[in-house]
Design a protein around this ligand. Structure first.
Ligand code: NAD
Length: 267
């Protein structure tokens, strides 16, 4: 990789949820572009694996184990990671997951749980990181992973969709509040991505693989990692508050209209 064009040589990055999948890909791309990376994960083995992958790429990889659902632990983990790195230029927040249930069956606790693991922890980690970046006079970059479910409706996982929509809005507010102090904040909005968490026979992925999406397949974790690298790097120097869709064209396509599906089959 011609790393110089990214302007990330010697920069320090934290990837929250960096131990596998999109997080691992993001950490690896950042390392290849010249970043030392702290891989923060609730799972010790994954944190170590992610850090080892960074080290294999010739950069310092630091495993940090912490649970983002606990705000005090999350703040403390960002500070520990920054100290171990010797600075902080880039924060990426990857953690997120959905409870699938009809709204009538969802408990208040489940609603709160999904707001926390998709939205609150991003607010907690981003404010902790941005405060430190501003205090140090760093040109900081923050990239949060949202979801197409935060742009479309998300029936049967509505708490997740609401949290991801909130995340897209939160990122715009952070971009505006901190822009003049040198911090850029953006979201990557994945469509359907083949990740280690999803089983091989995941029904949504099967539907999308057979569907007339403009790019007729699911995405890969590396395709998210590349978007993260773009938004974390100088390549996106005039981009902030944006939601960058990496969705195979889902947003552009009416994949469920049978008339359109029928026409596309003839092409
Ligand atoms: N897979 C998709 O198709 C898809 C589509 C749209 C958006 N997304 C979003 O992409 C992101 C990644 O999804 P994924 O399925 O690859 O994630 P994942 O389940 O693989 O989790 C990523 C990492 O986060 C860690 N983690 C989980 N809970 C944590 C916690 N409480 N504290 C610290 N670390 C924790 C996991 O151990 C894992 O290593 C999520 O935000 C998800 O909402 C995924």
């Amino acid at each position: 990789m011609a790393a110089a064009i990214f302007g990330l040589e010697g920069k320090k990055a934290i990837v929250v949820g960096g131990g596998r999948g999109m997080g691992e890909s993001s950490a690896n791309f950042l390392a290849e572009a010249g970043c030392d990376v702290a891989v923060l994960d609730v799972d010790e083995g994954r944190a170590q694996h992610g850090a080892d992958e960074v080290t294999k790429r010739g950069r310092k990889g630091i495993p940090i184990v912490a649970d983002m659902l606990d705000a005090a632990s999350a703040r403390d983990a960002i500070k520990r990671a920054e100290e171990a790195l010797g600075g902080l230029d880039v924060l990426v927040t990857i953690v997120g997951q959905a409870i699938f249930k009809p709204l009538f069956d969802l408990t208040d606790e489940e609603w709160d749980f999904d707001q926390n693991r998709n939205l609150r922890y991003a607010y907690v980690t981003a404010t902790t990181a941005a405060k430190s970046m501003i205090d140090r006079g760093v040109d900081g970059r923050i990239v949060c992973i949202a979801s197409m479910d935060g742009i479309m409706g998300s029936p049967f996982h509505a708490a997740y969709g609401a949290a991801k929509a909130g995340l897209i809005s939160l990122v715009k507010s952070m971009a505006d509040e901190w822009g003049r102090q040198g911090i850029r904040v953006n979201t990557v909005v994945p469509g359907s991505i083949a990740t280690p968490r999803l089983p091989d026979n995941d029904s949504m992925r099967e539907i999308l693989d057979k569907s007339p999406l403009p790019i007729g397949r699911s995405g890969t974790t590396d395709e998210i990692g590349k978007a993260v690298l773009f938004l974390a790097s100088d390549m996106s120097s005039y981009t902030t508050g944006s939601a960058v869709l990496v969705d195979g064209g889902w947003n552009a396509s009416n994949i469920f209209d049978p008339r359109i599906v029928a026409v596309k089959k003839t092409l």
